[in-house]
Unconditional design. Sequence first.
Length: 345
Amino acid sequence: MDHPITQNDPMVLEIRELLENARKTVAQQVNTQLLTTYWNIGRIIVEYEQRNQIRAEYGRQTLKELSRELTQEFGKGFSRSNLQNMRSFYLTYEKCQTPSGKLSWSHYCELLSISDENKRSFYEQESINSSWSVRELKRQVDSSLYERLLLSSGDANKEKVLSLAQRGIEINQPADIIRDPYVFEFLGVPENKPMLESDLEKALVAQIEKFLLELGHGFMFVGTQQRVTLNNTHYYVDMVFYNKILRAYVLIELKTKKLTPEAAGQLNMYLNYYAAEVNDPDDNAPIGIILCTEKDSIAAEYALGGLSNNIFASRYVLYMPDKEQLIAQVEAVLKDWHEKNDTKE
């Protein structure tokens, strides 16, 4: 029997998918060609400077004049600063094939501002893995994600640095999803403003997309105030997520104060309930995260030690962390690691 074709018709869906894939392929090809062109412009500039032994102050004047000529003939996109980026692009990426066509020129302009090679490589890899927009990339750089990941487990070392640089974030075990601190600057809450746990929860739900970005790979939102009933008594888990990479529920308890042993015990009870009553046969053991404003390392060790469940305590901040301070902490930890290993050798 004849029927009208709608936007959900199987034929329409199949053609739509074909066209969308074609558009993505064409866009990536155009982007790759643009990156190749800019890399080669950078190469020509550098080779001209070297051949003519042009010093820095004359190099700036050369770029200014080149910008004027190219802009007159080809239009926008050839400002002196953009030509400087093309020059840096060539010097940073030795081979034209190295940059990824999955990232835009704007991504690479942002990446070029990172001088540390391992750090830049990490953000490049994560931009590809997580399909970050330029805005998301900038936010992760500003929030010092690289340093936070290195410090989260407290054992930053050369191997971890190289792993992040070469592969980005890899999630193989529950500890791999933890960050310390978590940064909630997107809530727009003043740093010293007192906040109820219920208000923090509502604010995070209102900004759930940004919260999921901060949580990292594989998180799906299940809900808030998820009920746990034991002996006719109702308890409520603040926030529940599911991580599809680890195939595990992630239960988050929000504390607008420092970590307490009571919080760890309560979350441990919730995890036992989820393992017994909520998990499907294919699910792995649930994971618990206590987000608090302060976390004394010794208190956390005693509060969380000996528990069979995966429970982690992490701090959260309502502002962008001090980048220089985090970098200094990473350098101190790595220096200590190197000294210990040199002593062993």
